[in-house]
Design a binder for this molecule. Structure first.
Ligand code: INI
Length: 183
């Protein structure tokens, strides 16, 4: 049996994209700083231009999946991080945005085969969000770590598995999953 496990070193050849929602940018900006700190400490050059990381800003969390999909289909990235902050207000808007972004991000990763990290904080209050974006801990750091691990793992699986990504699936299921299929 073979054990496949992502590593946090030897990421020199990897490229990453970070998509960031401007909505609640007090929070998303801090998540972004956490990501950059983690990348730097793991030897990933996160300084634009020319580094290993591209940055794409979108209006809000709702727009994250659409842009992540476009980036994933470009075949330029080993992992994509989506950063957003959805904070509960007085109306059901929170629920619509949070549900769609979670489903959308999951779909992009599954359908393109590129790891897409769900870096969207959902919180009841701004205070809760701040605590997770730097006051107590910074989840951005964790999201970047997840991206490093998944980029490395997928690379190892590509090199170590006998044929295509669909090889381990039953033929009926493998044929129904076409990585070129649009969402
Ligand atoms: N976008 C967020 O990222 N967080 C929120 O809390 C939020 N709320 O609550 O409204 C939010 N709304 C904007 C949304 O993501 C879209 O940008 C907008 O609806 C345009 O499509």
């Amino acid at each position: 049996m073979t054990v496949f496990e992502g590593s946090f070193t030897q990421l020199q050849g990897c490229r990453f994209a970070i998509v960031i929602g401007r909505f609640n940018d007090l929070i998303t900006g801090k998540l972004l700083s956490g990501c950059q700190d983690c990348f730097k400490r793991h030897g990933v050059d996160s300084d634009p231009p020319g580094g290993q990381v591209d940055y794409i800003w979108v209006p809000g969390s709702f727009e994250l999946p659409l842009v992540a999909r476009q980036l994933a289909l470009s075949d330029r990235y080993d992992a994509i991080i989506c950063l957003g902050a959805v904070i509960r207000g007085q109306t059901p808007h929170f629920d619509y945005v949070a549900a769609e972004v979670a489903k959308g991000i999951a779909a992009v990763g599954f359908q393109t085969g590129i790891p897409v990290i769900f870096g969207v904080l959902t919180a009841d209050t701004m205070q809760q969000a701040l605590e997770r974006a730097g006051i107590k801990s910074n989840k951005g750091w964790d999201y970047a770590l997840n991206a490093l691990e998944m980029a490395s793992l997928m690379q190892q699986l590509r090199q170590g598995l006998p044929t295509s990504n669909n090889a381990a699936l039953p033929a009926s299921l493998a044929s129904s999953i076409d990585t070129q299929t649009v969402l």
